[in-house]
Design a protein around this ligand. Structure first.
Ligand SMILES: Cc1cc2nc3c(=O)[nH]c(=O)nc-3n(C[C@H](O)[C@H](O)[C@H](O)COP(=O)(O)OP(=O)(O)OC[C@H]3O[C@@H](n4cnc5c(N)ncnc54)[C@H](O)[C@@H]3O)c2cc1C
Length: 433
C-alpha cells in the first residue's frame, strides 16, 4: 500500500476554540530510524489512542503514528457531545437487531448503550482533565414527537441504556425555551472538551509505554516477511499487526477507506464567554440536540460559558456569513427572545458515515485491520469500534467481537454520493431544519 498525500486543508489546531482551556499538548517526537513493535497504529485520534491504550494495557508494545499531532483532526475539533446511541438517535435498537440478528444486533446495542459510561470511567480512571460533564438532553418540539421518540429511546433500556422522558415542566429547569414540549434525558451522555480529551489520552498512552510519534505520516505499508513495514519520511516501523484509524482523514495510502463510508464535513461556531455564561438559555449547561431538526442542531455551553453550535457544511459554508445563515435561525427558533451573541470562531473537520449508521471493522490484509464509520459520534460509536479492533489485535476470536469483521467493500457510486451529500443533501436539510 502506498500513495501520494494531498494537503488536508484545515487550519492548525492551535487556532481552535478548545485550545483556550485544554491543557498543553504532550510534545510528540518525529519517528526517526527503524523501530519494532507488536502493533503499529496509524492515526492518533480517539480511535488510535484508545486502541493503543487497550493494547498497551494488555502488555503489547505499540507504536502510534500521526501525520500531524494527536487530536489534530476530528478528535480535537469536534463539538464535545457524548451521546450513547446510533447516529443522531435515528437508528433504533430494534432496527439494529433486525438488520444484524438477535445475537450480533444485541451485542452492538449493548456496546453502544454502555459506551458513555465506559468513556466517563476511562476519564476518571486515568485522571484526564477534559471538562467532562455528565448528562445529555434530546429535545422534542411537540407532544407527538416526544411520544414517538420516547418509544424508540425506551428500546435502549432492553440493552442496558438509561433514559428518562421529561415533560415541559421538567425541561424548564434545564432549557429556557417555549419551543420544546419536552425531552429525553440521558444521564450517561454528556460533554467534554475534545482537544483536552485527545491530549489527555495521548499523555496517558505515553505513560503506559506507547511510543507516540507526531509529524510522522505513514507513506507506505508493505509486507516484509511475516511483518508489516510502515515507512514515514524519516523512519520506519516493523510490526506484527497493523491497525489503521485515519477517520475522515484517510489519505491515498488507504484508498479503500475512502470508499467504504461517506465523508461528512461538519463545522462548529463558538462565541466568547457570554456575560451570563449561557444561564439564560441552558441554565445547567447540559448539551442538547433538537430531535426534530432535519440537519444538526446541537448547542452547548462550554466550560468558559461560550455558546458552541455545530452544523453540516455544504460547499462554501465555511464562511462566517454562510455559517450564520445556517445557525442563527435555528438559535432564534430554539430560544425565542434570546439576543443572539456574536460568534467569534469557526472551524471544521471531517468524519465518515455509513448507510446504516453503524461503524465498520475492516480486514485490509493479513494482520492488517482498520476501523471507520464513527457516524458523527466519535466519543461513543467511534471509541467502541476502536475497542473492538484492539480486542481483535489481542487475539480475541472475531466471532466474540461486538461488531462484525468485514472485507472493505466500496459503496456504490461513493464519489458521486459524497458530492450529492455535500452539494445537495446538506444544503437542503440545513434549509429545512
Ligand atoms: C466538526 C465536528 C463535530 C463533531 N462533533 C461530535 C460530537 O459532538 N460528538 C461526537 O461524539 N463526535 C463528534 N464528531 C465526530 C468525532 O469527532 C469523530 O468521530 C472522531 O473524532 C473520529 O476519531 P478518529 O480517531 O477515528 O479520527 P480523527 O480524529 O479524524 O483522527 C484521524 C487521524 O489520522 C491521522 N492520519 C491520517 N492518515 C494518516 C497517515 N497516512 N499517517 C499517519 N497519520 C494519519 C490524521 O492526522 C488524524 O490525526 C464531530 C466531528 C467533527 C468533524
Amino acid at each position: 500500500m502506498s500513495g501520494t498525500h494531498p494537503p488536508l486543508g484545515h487550519e492548525p489546531i492551535s487556532t481552535c476554540h478548545w485550545s483556550r482551556t485544554a491543557p498543553e499538548a504532550h510534545p510528540c517526537p518525529v519517528l526517526e530510524g527503524t523501530t519494532e513493535a507488536d502493533v503499529a497504529i496509524i492515526g492518533a485520534g480517539y480511535s488510535g489512542l484508545v486502541m493503543a491504550l487497550e493494547l498497551a494495557g494488555a502488555g503489547r508494545s505499540v507504536v502510534l503514528l500521526d501525520a500531524e499531532q494527536p487530536g489534530w483532526a476530528a478528535s480535537g475539533r469536534n463539538a464535545g457531545h457524548i451521546a450513547p446511541l446510533f447516529w443522531g438517535a435515528k437508528k433504533t435498537p430494534r432496527q439494529i437487531v433486525s438488520a444484524y440478528g438477535d445475537d450480533m444486533g444485541g451485542r452492538m446495542n449493548r456496546m453502544i448503550a454502555g459506551s458513555g459510561r465506559w468513556l466517563f470511567d476511562l476519564i476518571d480512571r486515568h485522571g484526564i482533565v477534559c471538562e467532562a460533564r455528565r448528562g445529555y438532553l434530546f429535545l422534542a418540539r411537540t407532544e407527538a414527537s416526544l411520544a414517538k421518540h420516547h418509544e424508540t429511546f425506551a428500546e435502549w433500556s432492553e440493552f442496558g441504556g438509561v433514559c428518562e422522558a421529561i415533560d415541559r415542566t421538567g425541561l424548564a429547569r434545564h432549557v429556557n425555551s417555549t419551543a420544546y414540549a419536552g425531552g429525553i434525558w440521558l444521564p450517561e451522555g454528556g460533554f467534554v472538551n475534545p482537544l483536552a480529551l485527545s491530549r489527555g489520552l495521548a499523555a496517558t498512552t505515553v505513560r503506559k509505554g506507547v511510543r507516540l510519534f507526531g509529524g510522522s505520516r505513514a507513506l507506505s505499508a508493505r509486507k516484509d516477511g511475516p511483518a508489516w513495514r510502515i515507512e514515514t519520511a524519516q523512519g520506519a516501523v516493523r510490526s506484527g499487526t497493523l491497525l489503521v484509524a485515519a477517520g475522515g482523514y484517510a489519505d491515498a495510502l488507504f484508498p479503500a477507506l475512502r470508499k467504504t463510508a461517506y465523508t461528512v464535513h461538519c463545522g462548529v461556531l463558538a462565541t466568547d464567554p457570554l456575560p451570563d455564561k449561557g444561564a439564560s438559555i441552558l441554565p445547567n449547561a447540559f448539551p442538547v440536540t433538537d430531535l426534530d431538526d432535519k440537519a444538526v442542531f446541537s448547542p452547548t455551553i462550554d466550560a468558559e460559558g461560550c455558546l458552541v453550535v455545530s452544523f453540516l457544511i455544504g460547499p462554501g459554508d465555511l464562511e462566517m456569513r454562510k455559517a450564520l445563515k445556517i445557525c442563527v435561525p435555528r438559535i432564534a427558533k430554539a430560544f425565542p427572545g434570546f439576543s443572539i451573541p456574536e460568534f467569534k470562531r469557526m472551524w471544521a473537520g471531517k468524519f465518515m458515515i455509513t448507510p446504516d449508521g453503524t461503524p465498520r471493522l475492516l480486514h485490509l490484509d493479513d494482520n492488517a485491520f482498520a476501523v471507520t464509520g464513527c457516524n458523527g459520534l466519535g466519543h461513543t460509536i467511534g471509541i467502541s469500534a476502536a475497542r473492538e479492533l484492539a480486542k481483535l489485535a489481542l487475539g480475541v476470536d472475531r466471532d466474540a467481537l461486538n461488531l462484525p469483521l468485514q472485507q472493505p467493500k466500496s459503496l456504490p457510486a461513493s464519489g458521486a454520493t459524497n458530492w450529492l451529500l455535500r452539494n445537495i443533501a446538506f444544503p437542503l436539510v440545513n434549509r429545512a431544519g
